[in-house]
Design a protein around this ligand. Structure first.
Ligand code: ADP
Ligand code: MG
Length: 246
């Protein structure tokens, strides 16, 4: 479903991604962990060209884009590749002046050109799916952080993505709100959604991840099942990191 070949990203003289190779199968759940500044967010952002990679090839589903100059064909390829992917950010990024349902309807209307009625139907179904059917007409400020993040997940799903990317989706939440968001993500995983999740939630990784990747300094240091990485890490850097978060 996803293939990255030799993905590199440099900011000025800072080599943030130093040649990432990664394949993710359909329905696979991959959890990425690693210290702050190791390039996790940059990796997810490059995957969807929110950040332009310096070098490398990105393939998602049937779409493949190589790093390079921005000509018209490439712009179009990037737009198509983005449609395959839903992105959930740490800080929800909902439109504050729109209600929950309006937030979820936005993509289907603006990007997919659906009618208001159809978009509203899609949005209602998804908001119910994340357990917030009663909150359709609330504004983000009237929702808890956990509820806002569940609306953000519904909004990402409204574009019918083949892949979901999550960048520390629970790290801005009070501890008691983390579980409800992880549960929604877990349900999606069980329905077969392909996901890459940057998170330090070890229990989520143990329960849901097919594979755990440990990143440091812009490279994949090691990867394996959650058991392999958490119980029998091979690399010193992985061991040190796990000590620091557990
Ligand atoms: P992580 O998500 O693992 O904490 P990031 O991908 O956010 O790491 O950042 C990795 C490195 O890239 C950091 O050194 C950060 O300062 C740098 N970086 C990230 N985004 C930018 C940017 N837009 N401009 C310059 N440097 C950046
Ligand atoms: Mg980050």
């Amino acid at each position: 479903m996803i293939q990255l070949k030799n993905l590199k990203k440099t900011f000025g003289t800072n080599d943030v991604l130093r040649g990432i190779n990664l394949s993710v199968n359909k329905s696979e759940v991959v959890v990425i962990m690693g210290p702050s500044g190791s390039g996790k967010s940059t990796l997810l952002r490059c995957l969807t060209f929110l950040e332009e990679p310096t070098e490398g090839v990105i393939q998602i589903g049937n779409h493949e884009v190589t790093a390079g100059e921005l000509n018209r064909k490439r712009k179009n390829d990037i737009r198509e590749l983005r449609k395959t992917t839903g992105f959930v950010f740490q800080n929800f990024n909902l439109f504050p002046h729109k209600t929950a349902i309006e937030n979820v309807m936005e993509g289907p209307i603006v990007v997919q050109g659906k009618s208001k009625e159809e978009a509203s139907q899609i949005a209602k179904t998804l908001i119910e799916k994340v357990g917030l059917g009663e909150r359709c007409d609330h504004y983000p400020s009237q929702l808890s952080g956990g509820q806002q993040q569940r609306i953000a997940i519904a909004r990402a799903l409204s574009m019918k993505p083949e892949v979901m990317l999550y960048d520390e989706p629970t790290s801005a939440l009070d501890p008691e709100l983390v579980r409800e968001v992880l549960q929604v993500m877990k349900d999606l995983a069980q329905e077969g959604m392909t996901m890459i999740v940057v998170t330090h939630e070890m229990n989520f990784a143990k329960e849901v991840a097919d594979r755990v990747i440990f990143m440091d300094g812009g490279v994949i240091v090691e990867q394996g099942t959650s058991e392999e990485i958490f119980d029998h890490p091979k690399e010193e850097r992985t061991k040190r990191f796990l000590w620091s978060v557990s």
